[in-house]
Design a protein around this ligand. Structure first.
Ligand SMILES: CC(C)(COP(=O)(O)OP(=O)(O)OC[C@H]1O[C@@H](n2cnc3c(N)ncnc32)[C@H](O)[C@@H]1OP(=O)(O)O)[C@@H](O)C(=O)NCCC(=O)NCCS
Length: 206
């Protein structure tokens, strides 16, 4: 799946804030109040700032270090999604392609192009914007977006136990303990089936 087709799907978000202008020439004189789009390398610093506060300041570790953020935004920007308010990143998801039933250590660093699984490495919301529904909303939009990618059949992630309920509420299923541990941290693996994609694609404007 190419960046072009992903941005085609995201186009309505960009156009929503250009009412009155021609759809072909989108001129913005002010930053959009709210915008969802794929991330690019130029967003890596903003991503890492949110990660630093969300994870490093809490446990000393984070899902993706700066070089890994850059690595995935370079390799598979179409599997990322950012939520910007007036140009500022408030929430994001970064994923990469994967092709096995369970996540293994390799999944932490590689992207399998065209893989039938998307591994969600990280979902995070800026600390000033938490508990306002933003985490649930961006996750939902991301999953709807994945439905439009023809090869993707499911999304998987690993999370700490205290977030299992959050992901279950979003429709993920607990598929057992993850084989991966980071120091003393252990994780549960969660799966979201994107089945029925063909029907949904025909009826969702993808
Ligand atoms: C986890 C996170 C993405 C949730 O986003 P959010 O915008 O704050 O969450 P929402 O407002 O959409 O949803 C709130 C729900 O999530 C639950 N939740 C959020 N953070 C939680 C936490 N740290 N522990 C337990 N539950 C949590 C809340 O209890 C709430 O449940 P309720 O609706 O039953 O009251 C956000 O808190 C965050 O960025 N945390 C730091 C990074 C992180 O842990 N990311 C996930 C691992 S990759």
């Amino acid at each position: 799946m190419t960046t072009t087709s992903a941005s085609t799907f995201l186009k309505p978000f960009a156009l929503r804030y250009s009412a009155g202008s021609s759809p072909r020439v989108v001129r913005r004189h002010t930053l959009p109040a709210s915008e969802f789009r794929n991330l690019s390398l130029s967003d890596a610093l903003s991503v890492f700032e949110i990660e630093r506060e969300a994870f490093i300041s809490v446990s000393g570790e984070c899902p993706l270090h700066m070089d890994e953020v850059r690595h995935f935004l370079e390799l598979c920007p179409e599997l990322s999604l950012g939520w910007f308010e007036e140009g500022r990143l408030v929430a994001f998801v970064i994923g990469s392609g994967w092709d096995k039933d369970k996540l293994s250590q390799d999944a932490m660093t590689i992207h399998v192009p065209g893989g039938s699984t998307v591994h969600i490495h990280v979902l995070a919301v800026h600390h000033k914007c938490r508990q306002q529904g933003k985490g649930s909303i961006i996750l939902w939009r991301y999953l709807q977006y994945l439905r439009c990618l023809p090869t993707v059949k499911r999304a998987v992630l690993m999370c700490e136990d205290f977030l299992v309920a959050f992901y279950q509420k979003a429709g993920f299923k607990d598929i057992g303990p993850s084989g991966i541990a980071v120091g003393p941290l252990t994780f549960t693996e969660m799966e979201y089936a994107l089945g029925g994609g063909a029907y949904l694609r025909r009826n969702s404007g993808c």
